[in-house]
Ligand binder design. Structure first.
Ligand code: DX5
Ligand code: ZN
Length: 218
């Protein structure tokens, strides 16, 4: 099993002080930070853009930018996010565009590529793309907003990706995002998840070091 990675989501930090939010993540010795991009179309909300990533890089952040594109036309923004400093670009399966070409474009930029799916989307939809990604993001809430309740009904999908991973010997991380705190993370871990996005639970935690340590021993 891959070692657990905690990726705090900057969406839940103070948007007037994003650099401080990123610095707080790095200070704990964490390596990843999750960045949620929303277009007001694929999801009913807006958040950050490429300039946010670029500004965090200029501010000195060396974190691994785990960039989650909740966009109807993510292929149009791959170049911009890669140039801005994304390390991973994860795109959703639901909108209609050439997913394979977009994943190729992400990798051509030297970025890691991921594919994401919503709670209501059948897991079989992402199977054709397993050869082009090294991360599957199984959404554990309907995307668009932080602070929602974890959906236990997605656990079988995590288990299916884990089966594909072992049967086909894939080098793949399984990420979960939405309503993740220690108890829901442990449930996901028991099904094979290894990468945990935590927004509200991380930034609201009174003892972030202890919070991070508890994820490290999942
Ligand atoms: C949801 C986003 C998440 C969000 C998670 O649309 O993709 O990354 O920040 O927030 P919490 O951890 O608060 O559920
Ligand atoms: Zn996300």
């Amino acid at each position: 099993m891959n070692e657990p990675v905690l990726a705090p989501s900057l969406l839940a930090s103070d948007h007037a002080a994003l650099g401080e939010g990123a610095a707080a993540v790095a200070k704990l010795g964490l390596k990843w930070m999750h960045l949620d991009m929303m277009d007001g179309h694929f999801v009913p909300n807006l958040s950050f853009g490429p300039e946010t990533l670029a500004a965090l890089r200029r501010d000195g952040s060396k974190l691994f930018f785990d960039t989650h594109l909740m966009l109807s036309e993510p292929h149009k923004f791959v170049d911009a996010f890669a140039r801005a400093g994304a390390d991973r670009i994860t795109i959703h399966i639901e909108p209609s565009y050439d997913h394979g070409a977009a994943l190729d474009a992400i990798r051509a930029h030297g970025c890691r590529a991921g594919i994401a799916l919503n709670p209501g989307t059948p897991i079989g939809s992402i199977e054709p793309f397993l050869g082009k990604v090294d991360l599957v993001l199984v959404m554990t809430v309907q995307p668009g907003f932080g602070g929602q309740a974890f959906r236990e009904d997605v656990l079988p999908k995590i288990a299916q990706v884990d089966r594909w991973r072992s049967e086909r010997r894939l080098d793949l991380r399984i990420e979960v995002d939405g309503g993740i705190e220690l108890a829901s993370a442990a449930l996901c871990r028991s099904k094979g998840a290894d990468t945990f996005v935590a927004g509200t639970s991380f930034f609201a935690s009174k003892d972030r070091a202890a919070f991070a340590a508890s994820f490290a021993s999942l």
